[in-house]
Design a binder for this molecule. Structure first.
Ligand code: SF4
Ligand code: SF4
Length: 359
């Protein structure tokens, strides 16, 4: 990683922390910090991605602002995480999108919705776009299956490739050696349970100095909701190509049940995380990054809500236009994925893997 003001500030913070060590039971950052006397820029990129932003060390710290030392790890680590996503983004010219992330996400969403709707209006006869369709293949009377597969596959495939390349670059930059299987299993467990949001057992500081698990639960609802929606789409693909059954499927079919539960989970998770950002103490937060955080959460919320609305109106004349809007938001999400805060999960897994190998 490059030397930046945030890297210099984190180094200053950690030199104080390394002498103090009061927070060593809070998360994986402090045991990893204690293994070092000096902090290189890649070390700080690694430690910043190990931090889950629970804020526990900020409220516990006797040297936090207004103390003249001004120790504020959650804030400076959030800035370094953002710099690491930018530095290792692929292809590199796209890294500039991180600088205007909130704007990019909003514009991408608006453009994709407009494009899908204009495409549907131009290519689909009005009586099909605004007509009620029922039975197998009803969705494809509005937007052909091949068009959906081509658009979704191309954007999601590119997103996966871009994230994979950027994560490999990050992994190479922070280094680390040792066994693989056991540390990876531990890292995966810690990532999936958000262990570091637990603040050492008493929960994190969701809004202020008091402890709780609200943020962790909302994050779980969003992440596992997203995974259920992904499972729903994957199983629907098997239904289509293996069982030769066309969507829409019955209300009690596996794709619909998984998609509905996932959509509700994502809606609750996104709305809850937005609420926590609005009511939470802003002192341990980097205000510069807030716009991007809100934009991504709102886009995820719109994907989930339009998916649920589509389920509710799928047998009515509103289906065509709702499908076009939902598809637009999904495509915008896929396009924004590699250049948004959504990459944090993969970066955290790599950092947790390195931490598990060190101990
Ligand atoms: S955050 Fe503050 S209390 Fe915690 S280890 Fe660092 S200096 Fe000590
Ligand atoms: S995970 Fe929490 S305790 Fe650990 S460094 Fe980040 S904010 Fe501090």
């Amino acid at each position: 990683m490059r030397e930046t003001d945030a890297i210099a500030e984190a180094r200053r913070n950690l030199e104080v922390c390394n002498a103090c060590r009061y927070c060593e039971g809070y998360c994986a950052v402090f045991p990893a910090m204690e293994l070092r006397r000096e902090f290189t820029a890649p070390d700080l990129g690694y430690l910043a991605n190990l931090c889950h932003g629970c804020r526990g060390c900020y409220y516990a710290c006797q040297y936090a602002p207004p103390h003249e030392f001004g120790i504020n790890l959650p804030k400076v680590f959030a800035e370094i995480r953002d710099e690491s996503y930018r530095e290792y983004a692929w292809p590199q010219p796209m890294a500039r999108l991180f600088e205007r992330n909130g704007t990019v996400v909003s514009v991408a969403a608006a453009l994709m919705v407009a494009l899908v709707m204009i495409g549907a209006a131009l290519l689909v006869a009005p009586e099909r776009l605004f007509g009620a369709h029922q039975g197998a293949g009803a969705f494809y009377a509005v937007i052909p299956h091949n068009v959906m597969v081509l658009l979704g596959g191309a954007t999601f495939g590119f997103a996966l490739l871009a994230i994979a390349v950027s994560v490999v670059k990050f992994r190479h930059a922070i280094g680390g050696e040792g066994p693989v299987a056991k540390p990876f299993a531990k890292a995966l467990h810690d990532a999936l349970t958000l262990k570091n949001l637990g603040g050492g057992g008493h929960g994190c500081n969701d809004r202020d100095g008091s402890f709780g698990t609200t943020r962790r639960r909302f994050h779980h609802a969003l992440f596992y909701g997203f995974m259920l929606c992904f499972a729903s789409t994957s199983i629907a693909t098997l239904y289509h190509y293996v069982l030769r059954e066309q969507a829409p499927y019955g209300l009690l079919s596996l794709p619909v049940v998984l998609g509905t539960v996932g959509g509700i989970g994502m809606t609750i998770g996104c709305a809850g995380l937005i609420w926590l950002k609005v009511v939470g103490d802003s002192a341990p937060v980097s205000r510069r990054l807030l716009g991007a955080d809100y934009a991504m959460l709102v886009l995820l919320l719109l994907v989930a809500v339009t998916g649920l609305v589509l389920l509710a109106v799928r047998a009515t004349p509103a289906m065509g236009i709702t499908l076009a809007i939902h598809l637009g938001f999904v495509l915008a999400l896929f396009l924004a994925l590699p250049y948004s805060r959504m990459v944090h999960g993969a970066y955290r897994l790599v950092a947790l893997f390195r931490a598990a190998r060190e101990h």
